[in-house]
Design a binder for this molecule. Structure first.
Ligand SMILES: [Zn+2]
Length: 115
């Protein structure tokens, strides 16, 4: 799922250690935002995210089976809660990855125009 964490990092614009917001898409770090000046460092994760997502989906049945074997009752009772949330979590991840990647496409266009 897409999640936000916080960490104190040195901001190149502020020139000091400030609070940063780290936006994760699944297991991958997608964007880092300085909470003081708003400077954003974004990464184009599309290729890596899709590989990671494919792995997560491929191993999912195995993971679910393991949970089922460990504790069938708890697994069954957790299903109604966990299953409907997933498509939304997935959507918010994908939205984050593509939003941060769009900024990169802009960078590349500017770079190409230079002689
Ligand atoms: Zn800053």
């Amino acid at each position: 799922m897409s999640a936000v964490e916080h960490a104190d990092l040195t901001c190149s614009r502020c020139g000091k250690e400030t609070r940063h917001e780290l936006a994760y898409a699944g297991r991958l770090l997608a964007a880092i935002t300085c909470t003081e000046c708003g400077k954003v460092i974004e990464r184009d994760l599309r290729a890596r995210y899709l590989t990671d997502l494919r792995q997560r989906l491929a191993t999912k049945p195995k993971r679910m089976l393991r949970r089922f074997r460990k504790d069938p009752l708890r697994f069954a009772s957790s299903l109604p809660k966990t299953v409907p949330a997933k498509p939304w979590e997935l959507l918010s991840e994908i939205r984050l990855v593509w939003r941060t990647a769009r900024a990169h496409r802009g960078d590349r266009t500017t770079a190409r125009r230079r002689p």
